[in-house]
Design a protein around this ligand. Structure first.
Ligand code: FAD
Length: 424
């Protein structure tokens, strides 16, 4: 029988949580260490996000969850999604009239799903909580790791591990058989891994910042249904392409839309320099026609000033592992710009592929008496890095290219082309 392994997962984001689920469903002892508090506790502020961002969940991510060994997971996750069957391009005709044009993603009507990232994450944590072989360690920040001795160090805040409040930060040491680093773009696991393996590393900040806005639900005293609450079509990913800028809106299951402004950093500086904020609705009227009918100018100004203006990073590195001790997955391995809607999906897919390969190598050793699980794992991680690097790099590149597609190319495909056809 396979010896039980102690697997530690660093980071309880969507990718770390799914990795913990895969590891736990194979009977391992799983410990999850998370820098922040429990996301399900209302006092925990989500990292980088004002409230919670909405994401596009695609088949890549769904398939990874389908194989997590939890039959109900997919139904639960899907129940909280809204299908988006295409993009809706918003613009203004030369005569000043507003128009919207739907562009379906798939001729068979298949859709990508809008989902609340926090909601998905909480669902995964709830399932993990019920598993007897899983232990959470919130408010534990990985500060060091020795991947030859398989030891790691954490800074623990506020006595949360002992239940006492007001305690100063202290350090703890743990040991492990295998560490999975799912600690995001600024991964501490990756940083420590670099000291053990000859890792190539490349990072790029693109000259675009993002800021979040919200379209509120419609008041409709006569109709209480969810569908009646949406101000624009709930089954589309809405895009206001602005060539240099872009504004998008993704539906939420409470009738709101979570919207994101993408614009060059210098433009944020310009808009910030106007204390009255009147430039902001003017800017939206010029580049994103119709948005000020959906979000009142005062709301636009207040969201712009109160919500953070965040950078976008693209990271490529290789290999993703060291020996049999550690591997990085998700944003820790390949943070990407969000324009292809695949960052989280690709991270979830990492987990499926990683465990497929780990299982394959473990099976090969099954017949060997007293086999060492670390030996199969080392071969598996070697293969994982080899096969996954190419795909992850390709998705990073596609994501960068898709920014041009979304903010500019969609214009040339849509309205002008149709107008030209009508005139023939
Ligand atoms: P994270 O979500 O970053 O989680 C990492 C976790 O590790 C965090 O909880 C953090 O607190 C913890 N941590 C960090 N350091 C430590 C430490 N030292 N010790 C312990 N814990 C630590 N993806 C899609 O698939 N579709 C989309 O439509 C999409 N849209 C996006 C839109 C925007 C504006 C942005 C910014 C991103 C978007 N993404 C999208 C990308 C997606 O958000 C990320 O790819 C995904 O969240 C990565 O998940 P993760 O679990 O790897 O990392």
């Amino acid at each position: 029988m396979e010896k039980k392994q102690k697997i530690v997962v660093i980071g309880a984001g969507p990718v770390g949580s799914l990795a913990a689920l895969y590891a736990a469903s194979r009977g391992n002892d799983v410990e999850i260490y998370e820098l922040r508090g429990d996301l399900r506790d209302p006092s925990t502020t989500p990292l980088n996000f004002t409230k919670s961002i909405n994401l596009a969940l695609s088949e890549r991510g769904l398939n990874a969850m389908r194989h997590a060994g939890q039959p109900k997971l997919i139904d639960h996750v899907k129940a909280a999604t809204i299908p988006m069957r295409g993009r809706m391009i918003h613009g203004k005709k030369p005569n000043g009239q507003l128009y919207e044009e739907a562009q379906d993603y798939d001729i068979h009507g298949r859709a990508i799903l809008a989902i609340d990232r926090g909601g998905l994450n909480k669902r995964l944590l709830d399932i993990l909580e019920e598993m007897p072989n899983v232990t959470f360690f919130f408010n534990h920040k990985l500060t060091g790791a020795d991947f030859n001795k398989n030891k790691a160090w954490f800074e623990v805040k506020d006595g949360t591990s002992s239940g006492e409040k007001g305690q100063r930060a202290r350090e703890i040491e743990i040991d492990f058989d295998f560490m999975i680093g799912a600690d995001g773009a600024h991964s501490a696991v990756r940083y420590h891994l670099m000291k053990y393996t000859r890792m190539d590393y490349e990072q790029q900040y693109i000259d675009t910042l993002w800021c979040e806005f919200q379209i509120q639900p419609k008041e409709n005293p006569e109709d209480d249904s969810l569908m009646s609450k949406f101000q624009i079509s709930p089954n589309h990913l809405h895009i206001w392409p602005g060539k240099k800028f872009m504004f998008i809106a993704i539906p939420s299951d409470d009738g709101t839309f979570t919207c994101t402004l993408f614009a060059p950093a210098e433009f944020y500086t310009f808009l910030e320099s106007d204390p009255s904020g009147t430039h902001i609705p003017d800017f939206f009227d010029t580049y994103f026609p119709g948005v000020t009918d959906l979000i009142l100018p005062a709301q636009l100004i207040s969201s712009f000033h109160s919500n953070p203006h965040l950078p976008l990073i693209s990271i490529k590195c290789k290999p993703y592992h060291y020996s049999s001790s550690a591997v990085i997955v998700g944003d820790a391995a390949h943070a990407m710009v969000p324009f292809y809607g695949q960052g989280m999906n690709a991270g979830l897919e990492d987990v499926r592929i990683l465990f497929d390969i780990l299982d394959k190598h473990a099976r090969m050793d099954e017949e060997i008496v007293d086999h060492d699980p670390a030996s199969a794992r080392e071969r598996a991680l070697d293969e994982y890095s080899r096969v996954r690097v190419q795909d992850a790099h390709a998705i990073n590149d596609l994501a960068l290219q898709n920014y041009v597609e979304m903010r500019a190319s969609v214009l040339s495909l849509s309205y002008r082309f149709r107008k030209w056809l009508e005139e023939q």
